[in-house]
Design a protein around this ligand. Structure first.
Ligand SMILES: *Cc1c(COP(=O)(O)O)cnc(C)c1O
Length: 219
């Protein structure tokens, strides 16, 4: 199936309250252009330099999302244009994003990544740490970042019950925080293999790569 027809398929089948992030990491600019021509405007990348190179070459009305782990020393390469950073997991990182955003006179939207998977390899904060971060005095002083939601990645497993439990954990965390921090509107959860379950459990943003662009080839 072509990229164009995949994008059209998702445009039709996703509920209107769910945003599709087309995860284009490792894919050539021509693939992103094809998705763009089919109407896609939100793209997700997991390497800052790769995202910056694509940003330079593609139309400027694209919304760029950083979905990967963020190294602090590289925030400066995306501060001018990034629309949403999904993988924020510390105050230290938020301070750097704030500092770089200030240089461009911008407010950068961020999601706190919550560790919901059992696997050790997945990044993220404990729900309790996210709660205290959101309440902290230091966060209030950062004028150029805004936390607008939560992000999580489920364990890579065929066990649907476990994945469902992990998604429910993110939703429960969101529901507990949202009344206190009304800026929280986004729950980023769900990928090619589990987005339907994620939407059923309350996702408002799905990050879909291989199902749109085909399998990735890591060299
Ligand atoms: C690569 C990636 C995705 C997309 O995964 P697919 O299985 O190809 O849809 C989603 N989220 C994150 C954080 C990723 O790194």
């Amino acid at each position: 199936m072509s990229i164009t027809s995949k994008i059209q398929e998702y445009q039709q089948k996703l509920p209107t309250h769910v945003t599709l992030v087309a995860v284009s990491k490792t894919k050539p600019v021509s693939d992103l252009q094809e998705a763009y021509n089919a109407g896609q405007r939100v793209f997700g990348e997991n390497k800052i330099q790769e995202m910056a190179e694509k940003w330079e070459q593609l139309p400027k009305d694209i919304s760029w999302h950083m979905i990967g782990h963020v190294q602090r020393n590289k925030v400066k390469y995306m501060a001018e244009f990034v629309d949403l950073i999904h993988g924020v997991d510390s105050l230290k990182l938020l301070k750097e994003i704030d500092k770089q955003a200030k240089k461009h006179n911008r407010v950068i939207n961020c999601l706190l990544q919550i560790k919901i998977a059992e696997e050790d390899s997945k990044f993220g904060m404990a729900a309790q740490d996210a709660t205290s971060l959101l309440a902290s005095e230091e966060l209030q002083q950062l004028e150029n970042v805004q936390i607008v939601g939560l992000m999580g990645m489920a364990t890579f497993t065929d066990d649907q019950t476990q994945v469902q439990k992990e998604f429910q954990h993110l939703k429960t965390t969101f529901d507990a925080l949202q009344p206190i921090h009304s800026n929280l509107t986004i729950i980023s959860m769900g990928m090619s293999g589990d987005y339907e379950l994620a939407i059923a459990e309350g996702s408002t943003m799905v990050r879909i790569g291989s199902s749109i662009f085909g399998a990735r080839n890591y060299q």
